[in-house]
Design a protein around this ligand. Structure first.
Ligand code: ZN
Length: 256
């Protein structure tokens, strides 16, 4: 039964990932995510179900549009697979539960926000608002963290980033943290509570430093180039919700 449900959750993740691809393309272009149905962004031909089977259609079509033969980015199947895998891992860790529901909504928003942030250097307000409304509803329904934890989480997440933004404006005279990142971090705090929020910030700082350093070393980025921070927040959050308790214990054991 557990395995069967796991497969179902994975397949739902693949299908949702396919929908997230639509969101990632359309939200920054201010197009509706519901209408019109999926079309090739190159030849505008309406796609049928045969073109829309997650991962498989891309493989069978050799990564090209069936109609105009334009290349389709590997990003499409990659996002579908990533979503499926994250949903599966959340199911293995939390079963079908309020926590599973909360984290799968959160991770969905983060997947969409991350790719949009990398491509367009923005985190759309609509995504953060959707997550905030869902987070409040889940907390009130008793399916997520309790309201005190959520409230301290908002302050820990949004407050820390707001402080960083304020201090870098004051001392370095430049924007150290974008408004989108601050709002996103407050939303995450609401949905995962304050402990995991602090862990998320730590992981994102380490990951950002590491990747930023590597990009500089390899000459991909120059000193002073902006690197979107959203992806590191997303990675930190996903690591925290999946392995947070283990990580906190390990970290405390290092010092106690
Ligand atoms: Zn086409």
């Amino acid at each position: 039964m557990g395995y069967f449900l796991g497969v179902i959750v994975f397949l739902i993740g693949l299908l949702l990932g396919s929908f997230f691809n639509v969101c990632i393309y359309r939200i920054p272009r201010e197009q509706s995510i519901i209408f019109p149905p999926s079309y090739c962004t190159s030849c505008c031909k309406r796609l049928t179900w045969r073109d829309l089977i997650p991962v498989f259609s891309w493989i069978f079509l050799g990564g090209k549009c069936r109609y105009c033969k334009q290349r389709i980015s590997y990003r499409y199947p990659l996002i579908e697979l990533t979503t499926g895998l994250i949903f599966l891992l959340l199911y293995i860790e939390f079963g079908i539960s309020g926590t599973f529901l909360t984290y799968s909504i959160l991770c969905s928003i983060l997947i969409i926000a991350t790719v949009i942030d990398i491509e367009h250097q923005i985190i759309p307000n609509g995504l953060v608002i959707t997550g905030t409304v869902a987070g409040i509803a889940l907390t009130l329904a008793g399916l997520s963290v309790n309201w005190k934890d959520a409230l301290i989480g908002i302050l820990a997440g949004g407050g820390t980033f707001l402080l960083v933004a304020f201090l870098s404006q004051l001392i370095l005279k430049k924007e150290g943290m974008g408004g989108g990142d601050i709002k996103l971090m407050a939303m995450i705090g609401l949905m995962i509570g304050w402990k995991l929020t602090i862990l998320t910030i730590l992981v994102s700082v380490y990951a950002g430093g590491l990747v930023g350093g590597l990009l500089l070393l390899c000459g991909i980025k120059k000193r002073g180039d902006a690197i979107p921070y959203g992806p590191f927040i997303a990675a930190g959050t996903i690591v925290s919700v999946l392995f947070g308790d283990e990580l906190i214990l390990w970290y405390l054991n290092l010092f106690l």
